[in-house]
Design a protein around this ligand. Structure first.
Ligand code: EPS
Length: 390
C-alpha cells in the first residue's frame, strides 16, 4: 500500500517527506525530482521567499545505488530561510522576546480556526504548518510517484486555465500543455500565449492595489489504463480519491473532474461521451467522441485522459489587509501582514500534479501489486494484454 506523510514548518529547518510502498527496483532520477521542485517555485506573482529558496530533495533513505529498495523513502528539503528564523522559531526554549507573534488573524487563512483549535494565544505556529511551503514536500514524493507511473506509460502535467477573471476558452491538448511545461521560463504556465499576457496584467493589477488573485489549474494524466479505482465501495472511487487529494492542497476550494461544473447545467445528450470501436485504438479498441467525463466513469478510469481542475481562492495575506481582531485585546485591527505571494496558480498546478500522481500510483499498486518493479510490470502487462484481447 502506498502511504505518505510530510512534516516541517515554513520557517523551520527543513521539510521532510516519507513515502512508503513503492516497489523495489524503480530508478530514482534526482535531476527529475529537483526539476519538479523547481517548477513548483516558478510563476509570475510569487513573493520574495522564492528568491531565497532553491529546493532540492536530499534523499535520506529507501534509495540505494539510484534504485528504490522497497523500504520507506524519506527526503529532506532544506529551508534556506531558516538561518533568518533560528532565533525566533527555535526548537529549544529560546528567548521569548525574539518570537515573532502573528497578533491578528487573516480572514481566509488558517490563523483563527487553528489558534482556537490548538489553543495558542496567537497564530505563529498555525501559519507555519498551514503554509503552502509544505506542498514542496509533496512535490518531491509526487515526482517519485511520477517516475513509477512513467514505467507504466502514464504521464502527468498541468497548465493554468484561469487567473482571476481571465481564462482560456478552449480545451488544451496534451502537446500544447507539454510545450508550456517544458519551457525554461515559466510565466503563468498558460498554453495560450495571448491569454497568458492578460493573466499577467491581472496579477499586475492586484500587485498595484495590494490585493491578491486566485484561479484555476488543470492536471492532465495520459496513458492511464481503464480500470483504476472502483465503484465497489465509496472510498475506492477514483474521482473521490482525486478530489480529496487535490482539495487537500492549500487554497483549493473546489475540484472539478472533466466538465463536471458546466455539465450540471447541460442536457445528458451533450455531456456523455459517445462510444465507438476501432480495433487498433487505445487499450481495448473503444473510442470516445469527447472527454466530458475527464477520464472517469463510475469511479473507474475509462482509458481517456484524466482531467482534474483545482479552483484556488485568492491568497489570504493582503498588503492592504482586511478587518480583523487583535488576539490579545479583542479590539478591531487590520489583519496581520507578512511577506507573501499574490498569485500561486502555476505552483499549485505542479502540487496538483503531485497529488494526482500519488493517487494514481496508489490505485495502480492496489490493482497490479508487486514488491519489485519486475513483478508490478509483469502484472501490468498481463492486464494490458487482457484489455487488448477483450
Ligand atoms: C506562505 C507565505 C510565503 C510563501 C509561502 C507560503 O512564505 P513567506 O512567509 O516565507 O514569505 O512564499 O510559500 C512557500 C514558501 C513555498 O515554498 O511555496 C504562506 O503563508 O502560506
Amino acid at each position: 500500500m502506498l502511504r505518505y506523510f510530510t512534516t516541517g514548518e515554513s520557517h523551520g529547518e527543513a521539510l521532510v517527506a516519507v513515502l512508503s510502498g513503492l516497489p523495489a527496483g524503480l530508478k530514482i532520477d534526482q535531476a527529475f525530482v529537483d526539476r519538479e521542485l523547481w517548477r513548483r517555485q516558478q510563476g509570475y506573482g510569487r513573493g520574495g521567499r522564492m528568491k531565497i529558496e532553491r529546493d532540492s530533495a536530499h534523499i535520506l533513505s529507501g534509495v540505494r545505488h539510484g534504485l528504490t529498495i522497497g523500504s520507506p523513502i524519506s527526503a529532506l528539503l532544506e529551508n534556506k530561510d531558516w538561518k533568518n528564523w533560528q532565533e525566533s522559531l527555535p526548537v529549544e526554549e529560546g528567548d521569548p522576546a525574539k518570537h515573532k507573534r502573528v497578533g491578528s488573524p487573516r480572514p481566509g487563512h488558517a490563523d483563527l480556526a487553528g489558534a482556537l483549535k490548538y489553543n495558542f494565544p496567537e497564530a505563529r505556529y498555525i501559519l507555519e504548518r498551514a503554509s503552502a511551503r509544505e506542498s514542496a514536500a509533496r512535490v518531491a514524493i509526487g515526482a517519485m510517484a511520477k517516475l513509477f507511473l512513467r514505467e507504466l506509460g502514464i504521464d502527468i502535467l498541468s497548465h493554468v486555465v484561469a487567473v482571476g477573471e481571465v481564462s482560456i476558452a478552449a480545451e488544451m491538448s496534451w502537446d500544447q500543455i507539454a510545450a508550456v511545461c517544458g519551457r525554461e521560463e515559466i510565466l503563468l504556465n498558460c498554453a495560450d500565449a495571448q491569454v497568458e499576457q492578460r493573466m499577467r496584467d491581472e496579477v499586475d493589477k492586484v500587485l498595484k492595489t495590494g490585493d491578491s488573485v486566485g484561479g484555476v489549474f488543470e492536471v492532465v494524466a495520459r496513458g492511464v489504463p481503464p480500470g483504476l479505482g472502483t465503484y465497489a465501495q465509496w472510498d475506492e472511487r477514483l474521482d473521490g480519491l482525486l478530489a480529496g487529494a487535490v482539495m487537500s492542497l492549500q487554497a483549493v476550494k473546489a475540484v472539478e473532474i472533466g466538465t463536471g461544473i458546466s455539465s450540471a447545467a447541460s442536457p445528458g445528450s451533450t455531456v456523455h461521451d459517445e462510444i465507438s470501436y476501432k480495433a487498433s485504438s487505445g487499450f481495448a479498441g473503444f473510442q470516445r467522441g469527447g472527454n466530458h467525463a475527464g477520464g472517469i466513469e463510475g469511479g473507474i478510469s475509462n482509458g481517456e485522459e484524466i482531467r482534474v481542475r483545482g479552483y484556488l481562492k485568492p491568497i489570504s495575506t493582503l498588503r492592504r489587509p482586511l478587518q480583523s481582531v487583535d488576539f490579545a485585546s479583542r479590539e478591531p485591527v487590520k489583519a496581520a501582514y507578512e511577506r507573501s505571494d499574490v498569485c500561486v496558480v502555476p505552483a499549485a498546478g505542479v502540487a496538483g500534479e503531485a497529488m494526482v500522481a500519488l493517487t494514481l500510483a496508489r490505485c495502480a499498486l492496489e490493482k497490479f501489486g508487486g514488491d519489485s518493479m519486475g513483478e508490478t510490470l509483469r502484472n501490468f502487462r498481463g492486464y494490458c494484454q487482457q484489455l487488448k484481447t477483450y
